[in-house]
Design a protein around this ligand. Structure first.
Ligand SMILES: Cc1cc2nc3c(=O)[nH]c(=O)nc-3n(C[C@H](O)[C@H](O)[C@H](O)COP(=O)(O)O)c2cc1C
Ligand code: SF4
Length: 455
């Protein structure tokens, strides 16, 4: 492991006052688009093999091999191929893609163009979250520059045989549109409801055509891999999680922000060396990669932030986006979990019963515990519910429900005593009366019997 210099943020000053947005001229003056020229001399398969060899894993949450994903696109072309760039970035605690777009949008466009050559893609759509107004405008201007300089457009990428169009598509503010098939539905102008797989997007994605879906940060790694080679890329990080990574550090920290380092640094290093240490009290917990991944506990400061250690030793679903929300000793973990579950209940698209109903039941149980009416049996009920929901138990279409489950599981398991302390056994006859729902969305604190559909 050796991280000697910033890679993805090499053009972004660490001094906030000196940061500037790099438009086309600045980008080219600092070596930009030279990797694209190099890629144009390679065959599609050669590019895919280089990216495969680098072991680049997706930075959008799942950590899937980018080169492998590209290789699933059929070689024989029978119609258009698409690239959907995932800039939805709605996972709580995650704000790294915004940083890349804010200061270095052409790095992303170069990654897009190289991916397009590798996968014979005709049109790239950058799906950006609705709230990123400023970033959508930055991208639109950068794309216009790229058209003007022959990167995109009918004349082929820099005059080559590869023709690529590129558009920004703005989301409307739903978290579920970050899930790749929900994104494709939204791109097609429909409600962002995730699709059952198979077929996988590489075979039938946008408009039922072969489609690659990659996160912004993943694509930003690509020009560097082409320019400097897979062996160089693997000098950073760990053998199974190589390369640089943006860590989005927030919460009770002295210096919250986006920091670039290699994969595999410890949580302790991320807190104390990158983010200026804890603020307002000692370390207690850290949500590791967006709340979908679960929480790292008090005794887990030595966990390595890579795709495997967080999962196998840390007991979480994975590293996710490495959007870390760090909490100090004064944090109420019951309230924190209720906040997470409330988010999932709100964002569930409603197609699958365990997710649609389960997340609302969980929120209601947590509301009850917080109001002082909880019982130990409620904790058992929460744990029973979380086991039934998600693509892992095979009961839902997408992973949003797994996020609800892993947040609940890890918070309760790792901070069990705190949850128990909030559940005094009630004296006989003191059970809380139940008010039937009127409109759950407007009367959020009305308790309803489990099993009633209140949405
Ligand atoms: C509920 C949910 C929300 C997601 N939101 C995002 C997102 O905002 N951005 C993102 O890149 N990936 C998101 N993902 C992961 C995508 O489905 C997909 O794995 C990713 O975009 C693939 O790109 P990558 O291989 O480059 O990581 C989400 C997944 C789920 C289940
Ligand atoms: S798991 Fe939840 S968000 Fe995903 S498709 Fe099912 S209901 Fe929708």
């Amino acid at each position: 492991m050796a991280f000697n210099e910033p890679v993805l943020t090499k053009r972004i000053s660490t001094d906030p006052d000196k940061r500037k947005l790099h438009w086309y001229d600045d980008y080219v003056a600092t070596g930009g688009y030279s990797a694209l020229r190099k890629a144009l001399d390679l065959q599609s398969d050669e590019i895919i093999n280089i990216v495969k060899e680098s072991s680049l894993r997706g930075r959008g949450g799942a950590g899937f091999s980018a080169g492998q994903k590209w290789s699933f696109i059929p070689k024989e072309k029978k119609g258009p191929h698409y690239l959907a760039v995932n800039a939805d970035e709605s996972e709580p605690g995650t704000f790294k893609d915004r940083y890349l777009i804010d200061y270095d949008p052409h790095q992303l466009l170069e990654g897009i163009a190289i991916c397009a050559i590798a996968t014979q893609c005709d049109i790239a759509y950058i799906f950006i979250r609705g709230e990123y107004h400023k970033q959508a405008k930055i991208l639109e201007r950068a794309i216009a520059e790229a058209y003007a300089h022959g990167i995109f457009g009918a004349n082929g990428i820099l005059g080559s045989k590869h023709k690529l169009e590129c558009y920004v598509h703005r989301g409307a503010g739903a978290y579920i549109c970050g899930e790749e098939t929900g994104l494709l539905e939204a791109l097609e102008g429909k409600r962002g409801w995730p699709r059952n797989k198979p077929p996988f997007p590489a075979i039938a994605g946008a408009f039922a055509r072969p489609t690659v879906i990659n996160n912004v940060e993943t694509l930003c790694c690509v020009p560097h891999i082409i320019e400097r080679g897979p062996a160089w890329f693997k000098t950073m990080g760990t053998p199974s999680s190589p390369g640089p990574k943006l860590y989005g550090m927030s919460g009770h920290l002295n210096k919250p922000g986006v920091y670039e380092h290699e994969l595999g640094i410890t949580l302790d290093f991320a807190i104390n060396e990158l983010s200026g240490g804890m603020k307002g009290g000692k370390y207690k917990a850290a949500i590791c990669g967006g709340i979908s991944m679960g929480v790292l506990g008090t005794d887990q400061l030595d966990i390595k932030l890579d795709f495997d250690d967080v999962r196998f030793r840390g007991g979480c679903l994975g590293l996710g986006t490495a959007g870390m929300i760090v909490m100090n000793e004064h944090t109420d973990m019951v309230l924190a979990l209720r906040n997470c579950v409330r988010f999932y209940a709100h964002e569930s698209c409603g197609q699958c019963t365990p997710c649609r109903e389960g997340s609302h039941w969980m929120r209601k149980i947590l509301d009850r515990i917080i109001d002082g009416y909880g019982k130990i049996a409620d904790l058992d009920m929460l744990m029973e519910l979380e086991k039934t929901m998600g693509i892992m138990p095979g009961t839902t279409i997408c992973g949003l429900a797994d996020g609800t489950a892993w947040a609940t599981r890890t918070f309760i398991n790792k901070f069990y005593d705190e949850f128990v302390a909030r559940c005094p056994e009630q004296p006989a006859g003191a059970a809380r009366s139940i008010t039937l729902p009127v409109n759950q969305r407007s009367r959020t604190n009305v308790y309803t019997p489990m099993g009633s559909n209140t949405r």
